[in-house]
Write a protein that binds this ligand. Structure first.
Ligand code: MN3
Length: 239
């Protein structure tokens, strides 16, 4: 059987992100900016104007974060996939480890940021507040209360060493919610866990407005969490 083309492989990945170790992201290929015509990822537009999350996330930070940082991960992902194709074609594993690392880092970066932007909403358009429905019940069951969950989420994110993320995830084997830390864009994620809510704690996510006060940024972030979207992801992950 001939090797599946890299573009087919990438398309399959976009359709079922489980190949990236991020099962059940509930993100469509379209949401990830997959362009069938060119066979590459593109930077998905923000789901709101760049100033819409003010005053919690400032416009300049959002513009740079999306237009420069997130765009860099998209570029790096496309490049890593192309380079891995070349590695296969040449049957030369000399740089295989390097490009596998690049794939993991940049694909993680692209997926994480897509989840991040869509996981927020302006505070007057659905951002903040509390989840409802089955997600609210599950949080109560697994953490005792919404406030306890939020405390752990913020404390976990605040104490990530260096650059990384805090996540609320659905762990499908034990069928429970967990809070995890992620270093960089990919390290420490539980295999098979579905990411529901993520907060970026790289300094580029908050330094312009909050300087070194990561905890203040995390408090502000809670005012723009799009719980309706997080609940949609939860429902999709449990199905
Ligand atoms: Mn970031």
């Amino acid at each position: 059987m001939s090797e599946i083309s890299r573009r087919q492989a990438i398309g399959a990945m976009a359709g079922g992100v489980g190949a990236m170790g991020m099962a059940g992201t509930a993100l469509s290929a379209e949401a990830l900016g997959w362009d069938e015509a060119t066979g590459a990822y593109t930077l998905p537009p923000l789901p709101y104007p760049p100033n819409a999350l003010e005053p919690h996330l400032d416009e300049q930070t959002v513009l740079i974060h999306h237009g420069k940082h997130h765009a860099g991960y998209v570029k790096g992902l496309n490049n890593a996939l192309d380079k891995l194709h070349d590695v296969r074609a040449g049957r030369d594993a000399t740089l295989l480890q390097h490009w596998e690392r690049q794939l993991s880092f940049h694909a993680g970066g692209h997926i994480n940021h897509t989840l991040f932007w869509n996981g927020m909403a302006p505070s007057n358009k659905g951002g903040g507040g509390r989840p409802t429905g089955a997600l609210a019940n599950q949080i109560e069951r697994d953490f005792g209360s919404f406030d306890k969950m939020l405390w752990q989420f913020k404390a976990a994110a605040a104490s990530v060493e260096g650059s990384g993320w805090g996540w609320l995830v659905w762990e499908p084997i034990g069928r429970r919610l967990l809070i995890t830390q992620m270093e960089n864009q990919q390290k420490m994620m539980l295999t098979g866990a579905a990411p529901l809510l993520g907060v970026d704690v790289w300094e580029h996510a908050y330094y312009l407005r909050y300087q070194n006060n990561r905890k203040d940024y995390l408090d502000a972030f809670t005012n723009v969490i799009n719980w309706a979207e997080i609940r949609r992801r939860f429902d999709a992950a449990r199905a």
